[in-house]
Design a protein around this ligand. Sequence first.
Ligand SMILES: [Ca+2]
Ligand SMILES: [Ca+2]
Length: 111
Amino acid sequence: MPDVEDVEQLQAVFGEADTDDDGLLSLGEVQADLPGITESQFVMLDLNTDGGLSTEELQQFIDENAPLPPSCCASTKGYIRQSFTDLLGDLLLMALALGSLLALSRMRRIP
Ligand SMILES: [Ca+2]
Ligand SMILES: [Ca+2]
């Protein structure tokens, strides 16, 4: 079940990172906040391969990769999940780091 606060926070973070306000995060916009993200990680998040990340894509990524009870991952998705474990860890860290950075930048808002 989606957590409303998480969704709102994601959208707030997204709005701050979307510096040209086109509704998508480009690789450049993501790297402006998180220089550590690689193009291949970005492409993994860009589900419709239009070159930008939408809130829907980020939310879908989080929903699909949130911790699940073992019984539900035992089917076809299991091996995919396993092989992506390291990368997903990086991406979830990235999402957390992005949120922290933007929260900090809001707190010390420049007049
Ligand atoms: Ca943008
Ligand atoms: Ca996209």
